[in-house]
Write a protein that binds this ligand. Structure first.
Ligand SMILES: [Zn+2]
Length: 70
């Protein structure tokens, strides 16, 4: 998975595609093994939080969304 630090806070991020083809920005530091139950079968998986939820500067991030300039 391609990774690079957040431009706002420097946290290590992973950029992965969702099943709908959108890019999901996830915070690598939030990785945690959890049990995901799919159709009654338990799967142990790595789970993450979206970096939009964990970034201390998310407000600023959102404000810049849509603009292409740095
Ligand atoms: Zn951040």
């Amino acid at each position: 998975m391609p990774g690079r630090p957040c431009k706002a806070c420097g946290a290590p991020l992973l950029f992965v595609k969702t099943e709908k083809g959108k890019t999901q920005v996830i915070d690598e530091t939030t990785r945690e093994k959890r049990i995901v139950v799919i159709d009654g079968v338990a799967h142990v998986m790595d789970t993450y939080l979206s970096h939009y939820a964990t970034c201390p500067r998310a407000a600023e991030f959102r404000r810049n969304r849509g603009k292409q300039k740095e």
